[in-house]
Design a protein. Structure first.
Length: 451
């Protein structure tokens, strides 16, 4: 294994540069775009507000009750990921107050965005044994326009991106050094990530299994494996117990897996989400009444499993076509597939001068460059796969639930994965530079020989 470079004063200065850039661009965008920090965000890249039951404006004592899809009444729900609404409804709103909560959340997300850039600085530096790659990856994350714009949206995008960065950093560190505290934090980060984005539970599970296997080759591996498992299991346990009490069924996080599979596989599926009217129209009248009559939400959504399988068996070619649509919507968003929109302005006159005209080109150019360089970097970092494995797992497993179901209206499902793609992009860009590139590729070759 290539030796980890020492953390020197130069690295401290580079880290401060990344933090300063990330904080400055987010705070600058916030102050330039919003006269009222409690008002709506000027631009959306994640997507429309969360569905009922997950919005930050709900009272603290009823945030987990809503009229869920395919329901005629307000009910106890587990159809949305609980992490972000729980933090808002049970922590932020009771302490700060509903009127001030949006401003506090936005300032907090500015801080989380800066810390996320720092986490990717540390991860890329460790995974590729290069301060140059770490610095460029950190700066890419600091200036990434999708993440900067997302900072002002009152949704889970910033938090999910931060938690994925935590998981990658702690996973890489603990798997290489046998760090007990890092192992515990790795398990907790994966659990928190799954609670914030239930669609990332498959990735979190596979990432934990990888770490358990990897622990066999590190010092005190049994302790690291145990702590990671306990962190993951204990992180998910409270919400699992809550669901068991509410529905008398073992539901780890959400009960809406088959609902989202049906959204992406019914005859009217477009690759993106569907509203209540479209969902009801996708079902025969008798079948809809049968679902509405089931008052247990877990059992109601589980009934859709038969409809998903029947639809896939009846139209295999259309099923494959819908997977391609879902993939397009995951990467670009349904709005871009339909009309070329990567972001939706809410109040265009509040955007900084000139940004209203330039943001479409900035976002499209960034996305194109990130995808091209990210794919190239992913290929060129193959030799470093052992040291950067959590990132490789993220690339393979994070998109999977969306490919099987459906993507988003905008870029919300893809946003956490952007950090990984930016790391690969930084590596690819530096590989194209004389002097630095040959050394990085030579190191990748040496790691491949050892692996």
């Amino acid at each position: 294994m290539t030796e980890m470079p020492r953390f020197t004063l130069k690295d401290v200065l580079l880290l401060l540069l990344v933090l300063a850039a990330a904080a400055a661009v987010r705070v600058g965008y916030l102050l330039a775009s919003m006269d009222d920090l409690n008002g709506p965000a000027p631009l959306l890249v994640q997507g429309p507000a969360s569905p009922p039951g997950a919005t930050p404006s709900l009272p603290a004592d009823s945030w987990d009750e809503a009229r869920a899809p395919l329901s005629d009444a307000v009910e106890r729900t587990a159809h949305v990921s609980p992490g972000y609404p729980w933090l808002v409804g049970r922590v932020v709103v009771p302490v700060i107050g509903a009127e001030r909560a949006p401003a506090v959340l936005r300032w907090t997300q500015c801080g989380l965005g800066a810390l996320t850039a720092a986490l990717y600085f540390f991860f890329a530096r460790r995974a590729f044994r290069s301060a140059a790659v770490g610095t460029l990856a950190g700066l890419f994350c600091a200036l990434h326009p999708f993440w900067v714009v997302n900072t002002l949206e009152l949704d889970d995008g910033v938090l999910a991106s931060f938690l994925l960065g935590c998981a990658l950093f702690f996973g890489a560190r603990a798997s290489q050094e046998g760090d007990a505290l890092g192992s515990l934090l790795y398990g907790l980060s994966l659990a928190a990530l799954a609670l914030v984005r239930a669609a990332l539970l498959p990735f979190a599970t596979v990432a934990l299994l990888w770490f358990l296997l990897r622990s066999r080759d590190v010092a005190r591996g049994w302790l690291c494996a145990l702590l990671a498992f306990l962190g993951f299991a204990n992180g998910l346990a409270p919400w699992t117990v809550r669901n068991l009490r509410a529905f008398h069924e073992p539901v780890p996080i959400v009960d809406s897996m088959y609902l989202h599979l049906w959204m992406g596989n019914n005859a009217a599926a477009t690759g993106g989400p569907q509203d209540e009217e479209a969902l009801r129209a996708s079902l025969p009248r008798e079948r809809l009444q049968e679902l509405l009559a089931e008052k247990n939400q877990v059992k109601r959504y589980a009934l859709l499993a038969r409809d998903v399988l029947d639809q896939a068996a009846a139209e295999p070619p259309r099923t494959l076509h819908r997977r391609l649509l879902a993939g397009q919507c995951f990467v670009f968003g349904e709005a871009w597939v339909k009309d070329g929109t990567l972001a939706v302005p809410q109040e265009a006159n509040r955007l900084p001068a000139g940004l209203a005209d330039w943001y479409p080109m900035i976002l499209e150019g960034t996305l194109l460059g990130m995808l091209l360089l990210g794919l190239l970097g992913w290929r060129w970092t193959y030799g470093w796969r052992r040291l950067s494995m959590p990132a490789s797992l993220a690339v393979m497993w994070i998109p999977l639930p969306y490919l099987l179901g459906h993507g988003g209206t905008l870029s919300g499902p893809r946003l956490p994965l952007d950090g990984v793609l930016l790391c690969y992009s930084a590596f690819a860009l530096l590989c194209l530079m004389p002097g630095i590139g040959p050394r990085l590729l030579r190191g990748a070759g040496q790691e491949m020989e050892r692996g």
